[in-house]
Design a protein around this ligand. Structure first.
Ligand SMILES: *[C@@H]1O[C@H](CO)[C@@H](O)[C@H](O)[C@H]1NC(C)=O
Ligand SMILES: *[C@@H]1O[C@H](CO)[C@@H](O)[C@H](O)[C@H]1NC(C)=O
Ligand SMILES: *[C@@H]1O[C@H](CO)[C@@H](O)[C@H](O)[C@H]1NC(C)=O
Length: 941
């Protein structure tokens, strides 16, 4: 959450009179534009062919191709790379290194040459790249060629059977292309000569390095050190990714003929009432962009760098390529990447399928952690549930109204004066009992723990942190940085230091966090970090971290380290046996390994419901699958219809939590009359029926990196009509969800992807894909379809939480394709521990063809006789199998034989959903009662 207006006013008056105007909504002038950001302004004003670097001294050693990037001396006209003349020029060279990793991933680093003793070592972000990735390195120089005419040479490096990378020395350029044949390009770096690297140097006489923004001064003791370059995505129709922005899925150009917008900014900030359509940077930063097009497929580019970044997507014609541009040129998107500090540490992903690129990115930064089952249910939050009585009432109301939910959340007001790890004992005298009471009904609690620590000598966390020197220091380097946040004067734990993270993690022990119990989990807010009186509401860039790192160099990773330390704390408190649940607002590459994310402080407006979908899809394709938006909108009071629609859409998105600002009216689902209660109950119940499917998809994301909620083009990469669609999305490969984002909607246009039949979830009605169709909608639900060729597991009985569903039987819904076949999976484990990593899980594939359904074991560990593995049993059975689109040549089947028991089950017409307004009858195998964990075959007779 962000400033309450009253408090904000006080803060404003205390610290900066110039903030006075900003009291109502997003205020542009509180934040720097590119023009007010000198490095961005410099980079943006550069024109093509700005760079005159050439690559020399190319060598291959220890699996790396290295080269020096040098600036030729003006008299040296022929740029001869193998002569020494130019490397003797006054400007020190840069060192380039290229490595190839498993999966054909190309990594390129560019940094200053240490042998020239730059004034400072530039920051490289640790703890993001997986150790397993680092060791999968290999490189083979394939050939070296010199173009006799120009004296230019190329070094070709093998990436995979289909692709190779090329380093051209003069002018310096790196690109990835298809091998053989036409050698079409996929990705290229510095093809427009916009590469610029400001080397650290001594201040010149009379030079001014300080920068001012509003009332703040940045001392900038190391002067200019920014990096910028161009990257081209060949064969691309659209580019996507680089969260976090509230904007469309396909990124609009920011610069070019007739386009003048801010670049996409990546700078983690606590943005008050963000706009629904803006390139402005929000709470998190993932500098990973994907492209997709009908010509190449998908490719990706990732720059590991934690300083402020700005990215331009250039509109066609930006470089005056004009009409005569060839086919290849038109199918290309050029981008410019600019960062204030750090080094170039860039990764090129060749795809070519969308799922290949997300897997390649996941192999570098990790897949998402396997969530606990409870976390995939519905969460109820509010700033604030006042006291124990309030908690009890809200919990009881869910039961009274038969609405399932799993977690009740407490925001900052539960603490003793915003001292985290404490309780306001007047409001919460018995926190353990409160949690145990919730736990007795299978429910959990989440409390908030933020990174700002109240500077109060009687507060044990502050005492230890200040005595041990665990705080971030101010620009002087030896005084604790002191900023203003919820508790007033605060300091910020320096989470970059592993020793400090370990100390922090210990604070989650039950003996340290008094009043916590095993059913309590954590929420990290304000970890950008938010500093009310800091420049742009964050920490000054010249603050100093452990290891003499300037805050500017690691700003975007600060929240990541805090999230990591908190997650480690929950892991530690149960001896590594319980999967942590930690929600974070700030994000960075790798966040997916530590927990869940939400899109911050949105607003109760229709446009914000609409933009939440592309925001969540974007997070998913950039590694962070477990994300969601505050249902209803954080600020303001949603009208009832908006609130209902929000539940209906969010029920299909990975993280599902209702949350609201302090100053809003209560909006628990039962407060809007019987009819609306029923609609919201229905939406939440639908989510619970699909939990077996969601959990299976979370496991797929955990193993492969493919997200739970997917843009349509990820599943239909050859259907161009899907590339730009962000109003609909896929849950796994089986469900298509079409959101409704307008008031009083009577119909919506649905574009169902071609070559498939789509079955309406409620009626079973079949629709042919491949054309836009208008469909009627009522307030009862939004259009959702099951794709032909899939089998989806559900649990259709209505319970009050995930725990209570544990032993419920399954329903399988089979939607057959044109050849009469379908496939699907179910993954089941204990929902909480790490036993699944030792084989303690059930994983089945269901295959339906020729009127026969078989269940195949996918758990390799359980089928081998290895004594190492643990096993996981479930007595759950399958109680119904629904057949959509099945037509045998003769008349409908009447019964089914079950092997190996030889039992016969009836087939008759039954409801598509147990409880649903629409009563349509579909072919149903009644009570096959096979166990979900067993091998079996069911043959239609
Ligand atoms: C370049 O410099 C190296 C070491 O300084 C020297 O051994 C080599 O002969 C030089 N080559 C040319 C072409 O001048
Ligand atoms: C570059 O310089 C080297 C050594 O000075 C020489 O052998 C070579 O022929 C030159 N190449 C070109 C293209 O001028
Ligand atoms: C899956 O999740 C677990 C637990 O969160 C994590 O340790 C593991 O690295 C993830 N990836 C795979 C492939 O299991």
């Amino acid at each position: 959450m962000k400033l309450k207006l009253k408090l904000k006013l006080i803060v404003v008056l205390l610290f900066s009179i110039s903030h006075l105007i900003s009291v109502s909504s997003w205020k542009k002038e509180e934040f720097r534009s590119c023009n007010e950001t000198p490095f961005c302004k410099r980079a943006r004003s550069r024109t093509p062919h700005h760079s005159n670097l050439i690559a020399s001294d190319v060598t291959i050693r220890d699996g790396d191709l290295t080269a020096k990037l040098i600036t030729p001396t003006p008299i040296d006209g022929n740029h001869n790379s193998s002569s020494n003349s130019s490397s003797d020029s006054s400007s020190p060279p840069l060192i380039l290194s290229l490595s190839v990793y498993q999966g054909g991933i190309l990594r390129m680093k560019i940094d200053e040459d240490p042998s020239h003793n730059p004034p400072k070592k530039r920051f490289q972000v640790p703890d993001v790249i997986l150790p397993d990735f680092e060791i999968s390195k290999k490189i083979w120089l394939q050939r070296y060629s010199t173009d006799a005419g120009s004296g230019s040479s190329s070094f070709v490096v093998y990436l995979s059977d289909g692709y190779e990378a090329v380093v051209s020395n003069d002018p310096f350029e790196v690109f990835v292309r298809e091998r053989g044949g036409g050698g079409r390009r996929v990705l290229s770096f510095n093809s427009h000569g916009l590469f610029d690297f400001e080397k650290l140097r001594k201040k010149e006489e009379g030079e001014e390095w300080e920068e001012r923004f509003r009332s703040h001064t940045d001392s900038r003791p190391f002067g200019p050190q920014s990096i910028s370059f161009d990257v081209s995505f060949h064969g691309a129709d659209f580019v996507y990714g680089i969260p976090e922005h509230a904007t469309s899925l396909a990124l609009k150009p920011t610069k070019g003929p007739g386009i003048e917008s801010e670049p996409y900014r990546l700078f983690n900030l606590d943005v008050f009432e963000y706009l629904a359509e803006s390139p402005f940077g929000l709470y998190g930063s993932i500098p990973f962009m994907l492209s997709h097009g009908s010509a190449h497929g998908t490719s990706g580019f990732f720059w590991l760098n934690a300083a402020e970044m700005q990215i331009d997507v250039l509109g066609s014609g930006w470089d005056d390529a004009g009409e005569d541009a060839n086919q290849e040129k038109r199918k290309r998107i050029d981008t410019v990447w600019m960062s204030e500090a750090g080094i170039v540490d860039a990764f090129f992903f060749i795809g070519p399928e969308p799922k290949d690129v997300v897997k390649q990115y996941a192999s570098v930064t990790g897949t998402s952690a396997m969530p606990q089952l409870f976390a995939t249910g519905y969460h109820q939050c509010r700033w604030n549930y006042r006291d124990e009585e309030d908690v009890k009432n809200v919990d009881a109301k869910f039961d009274q109204h038969d609405i399932p939910y799993d977690v009740l959340w407490l925001d900052i007001e539960h603490t003793d004066g915003k001292r985290y790890f404490t309780w306001d004992r007047a409001l919460f005298p018995n926190p353990e009992e409160m949690q145990k009471d919730l736990a007795s009904r299978g429910r959990r609690m989440v409390t908030i723990v933020d990174p700002h620590i109240k500077r109060d000598d009687k507060y044990h966390i502050h005492k230890e942190a200040s005595e041990n020197g665990y705080y971030v220091k101010d620009a002087s380097g030896d005084k604790d940085y002191d900023g203003w946040c919820w508790p007033g004067s605060s300091s910020y734990i320096d989470m970059v230091n592993p020793e400090i993270r370990s100390w922090w993690a210990d604070k989650f022990a039950y003996t340290e966090y008094v009043g916590s119990t095993p059913s309590l989990y954590i929420w990290n807010d304000m970890n950008e970090p938010s500093v009310f009186n800091g420049p742009e509401v964050t920490m000054p860039r010249d603050a100093i971290h452990y290891g003499n790192i300037e805050h500017r160099e690691l700003h975007n990773a600060y929240g990541y380290y805090f999230h990591m330390a908190t997650s480690e704390g929950l892991l530690k408190r149960e001896g590594g046996k319980d999967r942590p649940f930690v929600l974070s607002r700030a994000i960075f590459p790798g966040t997916q390994r530590y927990g869940t994310v939400w899109t911050g402080d949105n607003t109760a407006e229709w446009e914000q419901l609409r933009v939440s979908v592309p925001m969540i899809l974007t997070l998913g394709i950039t590694g962070i699958t477990f994300s969601g938006a505050d249902v209803g909108g954080f600020f303001g009071n949603p009208d009832t219809e908006l609130l209902v629609r929000w539940y209906q859409v969010a029920a299909y998105l990975p993280f599902f939590r209702g949350h609201a600002h302090h100053d809003t009216k209560r909006r628990e689902p039962w407060l809007f009359g019987e009819h609306n209660t029923e609609l919201m109950r229905d939406a939440i119940r639908v989510r619970y029926t699909f939990l077996p499917y969601f959990y299976t998809l979370f496991r797929e994301a955990n193993v492969t990196g493919v997200p739970v909620a997917r843009p349509l083009w990820m599943e239909f990469p050859h259907d161009e009509a899907t590339f730009n669609n962000d109003e609909a999305f896929m849950v796994g490969n089986g469900l298509l969800v079409q959101g409704v984002y307008t008031q009083h909607a009577k119909e919506v246009t649905v574009c169902l992807p071609r070559d498939h039949t789509w079955y309406d979830l409620k009626t079973g009605t079949a629709y042919k894909g491949g054309r836009a169709q208008k469909m009627e909608v009522t307030d009862a639900d939004i259009p959702v379809f099951q794709r032909s060729g899939t089998i989806i597991p559900r649990k259709d009985r209505f319970r009050r939480s995930t725990v209570q569903m544990e032993n419920d039987p399954y329903t399988l819904v089979i939607a057959v394709d044109s050849s009469g076949g379908a496939e699907g999976e179910v993954y089941i484990d204990d929902g909480k521990s790490y036993e699944f990593q030792k084989g303690g899980y059930i994983h089945r594939r269901f295959i339906f063809s020729d009127g026969k359904l078989i269940s195949v074991n996918l758990n390799v560990a359980s089928s081998s006789s290895s004594s190492q593995g643990t096993s996981f049993y479930s007595d759950c059975t399958i109680e119904r199998i629904i057949l959509l689109g099945y037509s045998s040549s003769s008349k409908p089947p009447k019964s089914a034989r079950i092997e190996p028991t030889n039992r016969v089950a009836d087939i008759e017409l039954g409801p598509l959903q147990i409880r649903s307004g629409v009563r349509s009858a579909v072919l149903t195998i009644r009570k096959p009662n096979v166990r979900v964990s067993d091998d079996w075959t069911i043959k239609l007779l």
